[in-house]
Design a protein. Sequence first.
Lengths: 502, 305, 299
Amino acid sequence: MKMKLAALLMGVAVLASPATADKNDDTLRIAMAFDLENLDAYQNTARVGIILARHVWDGLIYRNPTTNEYEGNLATEWHWVDDTTLEFSLREGVKFHNGEEFNANDVVYTINFVADPENGVRPARNVQWLAGAEKIDDYKVRVNLKYAFPAAFEFLAGSLPMYPDEYHSSVGPEGMAANPVGTGPYKVSGHVQGELISLERNDAYHPASPKGAPSIKFIDWRTMPEMNTQYAELLSGGLDWTWQIPPDQAENFAAMGKLNVTNEMTMRIGYIGMDASPRHGDTPLDDVRVRRAIAHAIDRQGIVDSLMKGASVVVHSACFPSQFGCEQDVAKYEYSPEKAKALLAEAGYPDGFDLTMSTFYQDSPPEAIQQSLANVGINIALDRTKYAALRERVHNAEVPFLYMSWGSYSINDVSAITSKFFRGGKDDYAQDSEVMNWLEIADTTTDPAVRKENYSKALKKIASEVYWLPTWTFNSNYVFSKELNFVPTSDEIPRFFTATWN
Amino acid sequence: MLRFIIKRLFLAVAVAFTVSMISFSLLFMAGDPAIALAGESATEADIEAYRVQYGFDRPIFEQYVSWLGNFLTGDFGKSYYFGTPVFDLVMSKLPVTMTLGFCAITFAILISIPMGAIAATRPNSLIDRVALFIAVVGQAMPSFWFALLMIVAFAVKLGWLPVSGSSSWYHFIMPTIALGYYATPAIMRLTRAGMMEVLGTDYIRTARAKGMSPTKILFKHALRNAVIPVVGLAAVQLGFMLSGSVIIESIFALNGAGFLAFESISRNDFPVVQALIMIFSLIYVLLTLLSDVLNAWLDPRIRTA
Amino acid sequence: MLKPVVNLAEADATPSPAAQMRRRAMRNMSLLFGGGVVLIVALCAIFAGFLAPQDPYQQDLTARLISPIWMDGGSWDHILGTDQLGRDYLSRLLFGARISLFIGVVTALISGIIGTTLGVTAGYFGGRVDAVVMFLITVRLSMPVILVALAAVALFGGSLQVVVLVLGFLLWDRFAVVIRASTKQIRSQDYIISAQALGCSQTRIIMTEIMPNLLNNLIVVLTLEMAAAIIIEAGLSFLGLGVQPPLPSWGLMIAEGKDMMLFLPWIITIPGVALFVLVFSINLVGDGVRDVTAPENRN
């Protein structure tokens, strides 16, 4: 009787133990904290969608993450015909996952489809600069821009996957979302919304691709919203890879020594937005001395050292340092509570004032900022809301002071961040026509010198007026199994097609 | 009996309508659906276009009526976030939540009724006190704490159970316990009180005097009568569990309707939230209706009340 | 010989019901133990300013996540360690008692007033009024509390006041049900009927005859709802919808520490145990009151 019971229990234990056969059945199990609302690359806006798109589809060109050079992917050669026309020579012998041949028809179809605002591509800024495309011959196309758009290559490399024209025209976006088809190193073999995306290696992936040949056969992409669950799965062997682990936990994992822990930069920067415009009525923030006081009051380096850690650094300009046009020679505000208090007194607030800071971040840095400001007399009430609600309130001009971040969709160009937030519109807290002017010039000319000059002017003014207080760069901690060879890149887009088993 | 059922049915439907009306208004105040629908880079003109296209500029009551009309014909609208029909979305997530709720209430009943019955037969004894203690302990622990503790103990340290997911019945063990234990105190107490009341009646004393075995008395007579109010309570608890499963579903990555509701509220995805609230309240209302009918059938005195 | 007169003093030696109740209260373990703990927590809350070694809001980024005294690396500077922003945990715990008690008491009061009013009205007047109240109760019970709380917070933002108001306006159902049942029962008593026959006004009857007799059940439900409110707030904080930082609500302390749970379990165990002890004790008080005021229910 006892033996039977023991055997039963053991049997239960064996059956119940999670599959540790990860490397053994060539399956990489990864976890993401957020799910994807739609698998169609043109119908989602979250980072998870960007990552999936890199794996399932290819663009005409590809930016090498280490050299930052543009290499041909589905295109072999390209040149500007004039300021608003690009000509591409396409690669031959490439097939989509469903067997369809890749040729000029696909490029023309895709570009014309996304350029049409009726088709509601999200986010619109990825495609609104495109006018259309025309076929020259089976492997040559011309892409027409609405205006001179210097960041064209960035978007062509990152945000414009090529769709199969026959397939897409027959099944439409719904069909593409249900059964994605691309030319990429992996194909989607299964999908349970909110739970699991199953990827399978594309053994017919075109060998000349700059992405290289994919090695791992299966990728199980699980959605796990609760971080503790991810940690528990990592520790019990049910998960091989995850990322965006907070620094404390990353240190703990590293100390345990059972898993690989790597830290890498991302293109995301944090910022404190302050309303200097009349949009929110009269607030103390209208006075530039108050804004400068706030800049001096926050111990950014201290927060980076103790809370952000890893590869994070303090930034002073409203852009990510590697982005084209990111002027670094701008006003820098050192940490000095005394200076802050002096400025506040000068502006007429010797005893400080009350202010609400909105953010969607649930972790510690907002509280540290709150404390920093409290130390100089500015009493912050913390208002934490969800991202969607916060964005709506920002657009409704209900949030004069906020702590947010922006990842620029990993586009390595100032137009992806500074221009988004300072060229007028509902995200622009400054509404400064000088800045708007400079940015417009810089955004619409292809002359790099002119661009640099105008971005520089804009960024210098933004810093001296403290429309934004850029805080720090974000880093990401990657924790993964020791059986996995994985190298993170600084654009916050993990590439599993270059990962291999040990 | 039929009149009773019909009366209760009317009441049930009226309740469901009222709940949906309240939640509709609440959601409307909570965020602008046109903005949620139009998306991130939309201009003021875009948003206005959506407003007109979807009829958000009509008075709230008119919108409610039109939504209700669609709902009753099975058209739950399209999710703002996913763009897919809400009906499909909800139907794909509901089974997990229902399974979880059902298992949880079964677990609660299997634990509480025996405990309550035994405690009733030996009032003020050690067993009684221990049972009451266990009951109160269950209510004093936050469910997420309990759930996380179980994960650490059984999944990480001992490796007996999987941490998360819903692919096998093992995956439901910890979520069931985490969700179900909260209902055990109430059910246990009620069973105990009901049993004690029944055990003190003349009917039972007569049976004892006649020499019927104590076990038979316990199960055949006392329990049957004591269970009546418990049925009602269990239905209520099940209703709570279905809508209160958000935390458990989130921790165990169960991808159910509770989690969907939570996420949808965060994203201002109104059609989904509206449909889910309606469904949850309908389920609850039907459950109480069922328990009322069951009670009436078990105890005819209730029908005329 | 004359027969002894009945000794009036002895005849009055049987204690009054109130005195009997007091005596039972003195001997009831639940009441003593639970009440004692709640009293201690209340005292901690009131005197937190004196008892706390440090300012619960003072951050020290160089002294983060120091272990409590009984673990390696602990020190007497921070008996219960520090949290992820370097704030002294013991101080936060003490001040957190204020918030938990505040939430429990105020929520219970609000929901108590609403629920009792509805319950008494329904139980006393019966008929259509009763039907309406029953309908309201059913509507309230069919609404998923968490979802409504979420929507409310989306509307008004998360804060202590919002949480208390939302919970206060949602948790009145048990009051209504219990008070209604009790009122019905009391109403059918002879002395009520006589009072009505004597022509006393409804209000007078309700206030002087019915309410005092409800007190026992009311107190029991009050304790249950207090406990429930505290637990629900912890859950809301876990979802990010409860009180906002830097308030040291115990639920928020658990929520903020949960990411570290696997590696530093003490971070959520300490506030978790505090919550548990408080809620458990409140429940004990409720049980005790029930035992003492209606001993016949036990046997």
